[in-house]
Unconditional design. Sequence first.
Length: 219
Amino acid sequence: MNFSKHNKAITYSHTWGGPLEVCGKGKVCEADLDVDYNGGKGRRWTDEYYGVEFEKGITEVGPGFLEGFRNLEYVVIPYTLDSIAMTPELKSLLQKNKVLVRGWYDSYGERFAAQNGLKFRHADILVGWARHEPSHTNTRLDIRFDEKGKPYRFYNDFCPGWAASNNGGGTYERELAEDFFVGETLESMASWLERFRTSILKNEDLDYYLRTANKRYRK
């Protein structure tokens, strides 16, 4: 994890194979790219990342921030973010790299993609976690969207391995109908995903998705 020298409330987290997560609250700016970083001496640390994901606490992106990620291929924009400062440099970067916008229906991210002629795909949705006590397994369930925008269920199991220093588990996928959301609410989804019932009933992101997806379907 890295910390902005400009604003200690802004942090950066990365999981191998995933995007760089920008965490904190409020606005991020170009000065936040100045971080305590020990790797890659003489190398711009931002060049190591191809995806940038803003967490829900980030509400505004100032000029010069995204421009720092010269290898940017996709950006994940939460529905709580409502402003990204556009500069000629950012416009050029977005078009040159053909950046994909991962966002939410009826939100700034979808409008940002349309205004800049970029491809849009819905962001992944964390449904929740479930525990299977007999096997000591914790399972994470996400609703994800493939390159064509088709939804599917993605499961990730975490369980003890053969030694204290080893973890078991694995990932697997299950199909979802493209119109699975039609007429669905948190309560109805909790009834057919019973293992995840507790997480679903308090899931603000899933609630937002179901409401906006159904609104579009009814048009």
